[in-house]
Write a protein that binds this ligand. Structure first.
Ligand code: PMP
Length: 399
């Protein structure tokens, strides 16, 4: 009998995308939908990234090296030097987005059944990578009341078992915008050294930190070189999500040797995307400064508006371009669907991502949504008007 695999049956629909058919139907009815559900920035990619593609006059798009184009990897090593991360190009392998880097990290470090500690809410696709590799995620819950900060390390250590292989973190984080402090990262370093674990550090939002201190990377932890695996991407840094270029890096030779075998099995990363990414390395600081300024002002507007709506609460995110907010509803997914199916305000509505799918613990986050501030301020203001009006008339409102 023909049938799909057990794994396929378990693969969850992305909570970011599963309401898309309702948004499409709303648009067909002529309703304008503000997409705050997805981290697709409207910021332009730097011209330095676009130029190599425009000037592309080769006659053939061939396979690049499995580890990535060498000149690009050398350029990446230089970029890391610039943020005080000491990596040689041999310690960096170019991947198909941060997504493939995460998948490879789990495949390389874990056997099926091994446990990886994650702090929930976390980037929802981590769940799918865990399913694909047979890894069991052990969630440590962080709360909106604490601004989703890390719990005390004594608490974290309680989750370590003989099956624990790694701790996976993401700072600045999706979906909360939480930025772990230098002290937090150093303490995590102590734990992974003490218990001999890997520390997988997803730093795809490194450039989006809104505090005065520079981003503190897990790569900065003294003595943890053999433990830390860096996951990175150009998607957000240069607003180049479609280039599909990321990388995985580690000082651990065994890890990188194994990553290379996975890299060879899929032949290579994208040639055109790597050309653009190599060009992007020449992006001037002024680009980052203006993008950061823009995100800070979008964030400030959104958080102020959210917290003015009765019954809504959002902590102040310190990085990335998301917040996870609590709404006065029991079931945020139903509310999000209702906003698309039954509600509009002056011909407009808003799409948000229900937060439950960002938690691994069933029942958590059901009254929370993730909101991305990736639209211009005028659109954010209109979207906040819609949300405010929607919550006034929603029949399922709890307070
Ligand atoms: N990690 C995090 C935290 C993300 O938010 C994303 C994308 N939204 C990724 C990894 C993967 O992105 P990409 O594959 O485009 O690099």
């Amino acid at each position: 009998m023909l049938g799909i695999s057990e794994l396929s049956k378990k693969m969850p629909a992305s909570p970011i995308r599963k309401l898309v058919p309702y948004a499409e139907a709303a648009k067909k009815r002529g309703v304008k939908v503000y997409h705050l559900n997805i981290g697709q920035p409207d910021v332009e990619s730097p011209k330095e990234a676009l130029e190599p593609i425009k000037n592309f006059d080769l006659k053939l798009i061939s396979y690049p090296h499995s580890a990535g184009i060498e000149s690009y990897r050398k350029g990446l090593a230089k970029y890391y030097q610039g943020v005080n991360i000491d990596l040689s190009y041999e310690q960096i392998i170019v991947t198909i987005g941060g997504s493939e880097a995460l998948h490879m990290a789990l495949n390389v470090c874990c056997n099926p059944g091994d446990e990886v500690i994650v702090f929930e809410p976390f980037y929802t696709n981590y769940n799918t990578f865990a399913l694909m590799t047979g890894v069991k995620f052990v969630p440590v819950t962080t709360t909106i009341e604490d601004g989703f900060a890390l719990p005390p390390m004594s608490e974290v250590e309680k989750y370590i078992t003989p099956k624990t292989k790694a701790i996976l973190i993401n700072s600045p984080g999706n979906p909360t915008g939480t930025l772990y402090t230098k002290e937090d990262i150093l303490k995590l370093g102590e734990i992974v050294i003490k218990h001999n674990l890997f520390l997988m550090s997803d730093e795809v939002y490194r450039e989006f930190c809104y505090t005065d201190e520079p981003h503190f990377s897990c790569m900065h932890i003294p003595g943890a070189e053999q433990h830390v695996i860096l996951i990175d991407s150009v998607s957000k840094r240069y607003s180049m999500c479609g280039a599909r270029v990321g990388c995985i890096a580690s000082h651990n030779k065994d890890v990188m040797g194994a990553v290379m075998r996975f890299a060879q099995a899929r032949l290579c990363g994208p040639a055109i995307g790597q050309m653009a990414s190599e060009g992007a390395l020449n992006t001037p600081q002024s680009y980052f400064d203006s993008v950061k300024e823009e995100y800070i002002s979008r964030r400030d507007l959104m958080i102020e508006r959210l917290n003015k709506i009765e019954g809504v609460y959002s902590p102040m995110p310190k990085g990335a371009f998301y917040t996870t907010a609590r709404l006065p509803v029991d079931d945020a997914e139903k509310f999000a669907q209702w906003m698309l199916e039954e509600f509009s305000h002056e011909g407009q509505t808003v799409m948000v991502a229900p937060a439950a799918g960002f938690y691994a613990t069933p029942g958590k986050g059901t009254n929370e949504v993730r909101i991305a501030y990736v639209l211009k301020k005028e659109d954010i203001a209109n979207a906040m008007d819609c949300l405010e009006q929607a919550l006034k008339v929603y029949p399922g409102r709890t307070v």
